[in-house]
Every structure is written in structure tokens, then in C-alpha cells.
Design a protein around this ligand. Sequence first.
Ligand code: DGU
Ligand code: CA
Ligand code: CA
Ligand code: CA
Length: 194
Amino acid sequence: DVTIKANVPITSTILVKAGEVYDGKGNTIIASGMGDGSQAENQKPIFRLENGATLKNVKIGAPGCDGVHVYGNATLENVEWLDVGEDAMTLKSKGTVTLNNCIAKLAYDKILQINADGTIILNNFRATTFGKVLRTNGSGQYTVTVTINGGTFSGGTNIVRTESKNLKVRYRNITTSNVTKLWEVPNASQVSTY
Ligand code: DGU
Ligand code: CA
Ligand code: CA
Ligand code: CA
């Protein structure tokens, strides 16, 4: 591959419109003036994905700000967060989000923030250093199905933490190391292998 990889500076959110594809071609997005990547709320997202959007082949550099906001269905493929900011991805409205071969590093707290009902499919997700890989918002009783098909999770507190009794996790073929408690859920019956 002779493609030259570059840093792409941005000063405002990149909008990926409904049904469109953003192919980052392996480049690294570097935000400025959009947040410092700390735990402060109300930082700007790096990307805003509308319903049916696809985001692929992109690295999100520091500061990670508020990551990727998803409104509805979306596919993220080969997306790498080099240093997750406040969080890496937020489901903002009901939808199915599929993450294929994505990597998230250095998340002080949350990687995937779920603020709506939905279906989250992780195929070969790799996370290193995190609080929670997936967290539903507060005490919200969101109806969520999480499928984790392959992946490695190392150095964190939980893969899933939820207060929702309406969330189900199915998983297979995962490798974990130094994760304190894989599933922090109201009832162990919400978690199964498949
Ligand atoms: O506990 O801070 O963290 O979308 C409440 C949370 C919530 C959101 C959420 C998010 O209000 O800010 O980042
Ligand atoms: Ca937050
Ligand atoms: Ca970080
Ligand atoms: Ca956030």
C-alpha cells in the first residue's frame, strides 16, 4: 500500500449525511477548538453520523473530544480512537450500530455511550485501557441488545455496565485481561454466550 497517510486538522464536526460514506483512507483526524478530550461534558463530536451513514478507515487522534455521535443506524469500520476523549461513540437516537474491526485506546471512563434504545454489534473490537467499554446512560431503562463477536479487552473495569433491566448481552470468542468485572448488569441472566 503506497497510500500516504496524513494528519487532517479540523475545527468543526464532520457531518456524514444519511446514507453517505466517509472513508478516511487511514488518515488521522486532529481536532482543535472542539474540546480538550478530558471528562468535561459538552465537547463537540469529531463526527456526526446521520441515519445509515458509514464511517471507515479513519483514526481519531487526541484530543478525542466527544468522539462520534450516531443518530439512527450506522456502520463503523476500521475506526481507531488513539486516545478516547470524554467518550468514543454515543448512540443519540434509536438505531443499530455495527462496529467492525475498531480499536479504542486510553479511555479514562467510557468508550461506547448508549443514550437511546438500540442494537450494538461489535465484531472484533479491541479496547485497551478503559473504565467501561459500553455504558447506558444513568439509570435509563433502555432496550438494548449488545452482540460481541470476537475481540480483545484489556485493562479496564467493565465491558458492559448498565442499570437497564432491558439490556441483553450475547458474546463469543472474546479475550480479556485485567478487566475487573466483565458484566456489571442488574441480573446475570441478561448475559449469555451464543
Ligand atoms: O450520567 O453524564 O455521559 O452522553 C449522566 C451522563 C450523561 C451524558 C453522558 C454522555 O448526562 O453526559 O456523555
Ligand atoms: Ca459523558
Ligand atoms: Ca483519553
Ligand atoms: Ca459524551
